[in-house]
Design a protein around this ligand. Structure first.
Ligand SMILES: [Ca+2]
Length: 405
């Protein structure tokens, strides 16, 4: 109780300082005369979070762990792993090793927090406590109004929704966010997926996500229990593919540093992000490719067999790649055809790293279509024509271009 009050006091002081410094800057902007040298000096000298970097130079003046915006830049920042108390040592070790391996493969796009949930309520509450303490301490807010302040309690209500009720969550927050009473939110959501994974005896964990947070300057991952890491073998290696798949999203999202050049969230040919088949196809292909490439003694099937499987999973016969949108019944083909489509493009570019080396570093500035043409030397329309020919070839010929790993 005492700790809580102290914390609240700290927050109040922090907020007050922030409000003060904001109104001061506003005054200065309005009263843009030259006799404010001293005041300006005082302002830039202020270091609210006490990390030794003045607020004016600090990308996050309320987060003492970070002062520089590293989104989009490969760096040496740490990964912080948080495992629920009911996650076994084997699974923790497999998760940690695989995640660090994925970073080794695709570059460190940190700083990163990885939160791994187990099936138990108690572990979930512990994670939420730790998570919310950090968020509140570091001024990382989801909302904040007089009626609905962002506090340890409201953060926990959100992160463990619906177990602690919803009276501290703004009524309209649910719109545009997924607040499902049935599935739960954040730690309740991933705990629920851990339970499902165990109950259904699934070979690998169901439920992993990169959940932001560009606005806070670091990557947040949440995993449900990655059961595949329980013991070495096929499932272990497939769980590793899942981790690589998720981590590739860190590379992809790092391409979008801000919204200054336009919307980066929309999918489609004419956007900055590109169509679904490309985004999901690239992460699937690189995960499947890299895990096999890194370990010749992997326990998986061959990449050729994997691609053949993907073609086999396709539930629609005659659909354009550009029509694989969430409205389509064939949406999952963004993976099943997306992966071989990416394989085709990389083979065509004669460089397995073309998407990492050329496409993503140029995507933000060029937009999808121009970055595509720059990387592969053809327009996306021309590629769609070639794809129709390729996917109608006999399977043996389709697999000829797939690396033998
Ligand atoms: Ca600072």
């Amino acid at each position: 109780m005492k700790i809580f009050s102290l914390l609240l006091l700290t927050i109040t002081v922090l907020l007050f300082t922030l409000i003060l410094s904001c109104s001061k800057s506003e005054n200065q902007t309005q009263d843009n005369t030259s006799n404010l040298t001293e005041q300006t000096y005082t302002d830039t000298d202020k270091d609210t979070d006490g990390d030794g970097v003045a607020d004016s130079e600090d990308a996050w003046p309320l987060d003492s762990s970070m002062s520089e915006n590293l989104w989009g830049v490969i760096n040496n920042e740490d990964v912080e792993f948080f495992f629920a108390s009911d996650v076994s040592d084997n699974i923790s070790k497999g998760t940690r090793d695989s995640f660090l391996e994925a970073i080794d493969e695709f570059g460190n796009w940190g700083p990163t927090e990885l939160w791994v949930s187990g099936p138990g309520q108690e572990g979930s509450v512990e994670l939420a406590n730790l998570y919310c303490n950090r968020r509140v301490e570091r001024g990382q807010t989801k909302w904040g109004t007089d009626t609905y302040p962002w506090t340890l309690e409201s953060c926990k209500q959100l992160s463990l929704y619906p177990t602690l009720g919803d009276d501290l969550i703004p009524p309209r927050f649910g719109e545009g966010h997924i607040l499902s009473e049935e599935e739960g939110n954040l730690f309740e959501y991933y705990r629920g997926k851990s339970v499902l994974t165990i109950e259904n005896n699934w070979p690998t964990g169901w439920g992993k996500g990169l959940n932001g947070a560009r606005e806070w300057g670091f990557k947040i991952y949440n995993f449900s229990l990655p059961v595949g890491f329980s013991e070495p073998g096929y499932n272990f290696d497939y769980e590793k593919v899942n981790v690589f798949y998720e981590y590739f999203h860190a590379l992809q999202e790092s391409a979008f540093t801000d919204e200054a050049l336009g919307n980066t969230y929309e999918f489609g040919e004419d956007t900055r992000r590109g169509p679904h088949w490309f985004y999901s196809g690239a992460s699937t292909y690189y995960a499947e490719y890299a895990v096999r490439k890194r370990d010749k003694n992997h326990n998986l099937n061959s990449l050729k067999e994997r691609i053949e499987q993907q073609f086999g999973y396709a539930m629609c016969d005659d659909i354009l790649l550009s029509d694989l949108t969430p409205e389509s019944e064939c949406f999952l083909m963004k993976f099943y055809w997306g992966m071989p489509a990416i394989a085709y493009l990389l083979d065509r570019a004669n460089n397995q790293n073309a998407i990492i080396e050329t496409f993503y570093p140029n995507l933000y500035e060029y937009g999808f279509k121009a970055a595509f043409e720059l990387t592969f030397g053809i327009t996306v329309e021309k590629f769609y024509d070639e794809w129709e020919i390729y996917r109608n070839l006999p399977m043996e010929q389709r697999l000829e271009i797939i690396p033998d790993i």
